[in-house]
Design a protein around this ligand. Structure first.
Ligand code: DX5
Ligand code: ZN
Length: 220
């Protein structure tokens, strides 16, 4: 089976020591660093902004996978790009013209991702699939870490995998929410190749990060 890339969500890290935490997951084998940006408006939680992304940038050379849960989103794309995001993922519901949002991200020289909420159908990608670099299937309602995996999203992962194959393009399929040692292999079997994991990466403290990441990759 495919060994997935792991993108730990720093939402579950110790916010008082974020730089150290990013270094620790990098050294523990994380492939990407997942940054959850929330505005208290698009989702019911407030997290971090471009200044924190910029401050964290020197702590790892791994790709920064920035998941924007903010609305409106367009006016912040440049700030996150300049702060050091490599991949910028947006929700189609977060602005009136998602196609334009994707074009803006690409014009900033960054990879563009589209995130699908649990009730958002895969079909939403029909006219975006030829433009994007990543699809992020949300397997929880966005807003908080530590929620339970919504299993109906496995069908969506399968549907998106088919769309990606059909497009013939190099598009990553990432899953976010409730991913742990039990649900990770289900996501990979359904067609995912990148797994976001917050609680399942950071549990047990820094001495466990490498083992946690290996478990998520299915290597132990
Ligand atoms: C939820 C975030 C997720 C979340 C994942 O809105 O997008 O990235 O932090 O956390 P876990 O892995 O704990 O479900
Ligand atoms: Zn996320």
């Amino acid at each position: 089976m495919t060994v997935p890339l792991i993108s730990p969500s720093i939402l579950s890290a110790d916010f008082a020591r974020l730089g150290e935490e990013v270094r620790a997951i990098d050294e523990a084998g994380a492939d990407w660093v997942h940054v959850d940006v929330m505005d208290g408006h698009f989702v019911p939680n407030i997290t971090i902004g471009p200044a924190v992304v910029k401050a964290l940038r020197p702590h790892s050379a791994k790709p920064f996978d920035v998941h924007l849960m903010i609305s409106p989103v367009d006016s912040y794309l440049e700030a996150f790009a300049e702060a050091g995001a490599d991949i910028i993922t947006v929700h189609p519901e977060a602005g009136p013209h998602v196609y334009r949002t994707v074009q803006t991200i690409k014009n900033l020289g960054k990879k563009a991702g589209i995130s699908l909420n649990p009730a958002t159908p895969a079909k939403m990608l029909d006219y975006l699939i030829d433009e994007i670099d990543l699809v992020l299937v949300m397997s929880v309602n966005p807003g908080f870490g530590g929620q339970s995996f919504i299993s109906s999203q496995l069908r969506k992962i399968e549907a998106v995998r088919k769309m990606i194959e059909k497009s013939g393009r190099d598009i990553r399929l990432e899953v976010d929410g409730g991913v742990d040692g039990i649900t990770a292999p289900l996501c990979v079997a359904a067609g995912a190749d990148v797994l976001v994991a917050g609680s399942a990466t950071f549990r047990g403290g820094a001495s466990q990060y490498a083992a946690n990441i290996e478990t998520l990759k299915g290597l132990r």
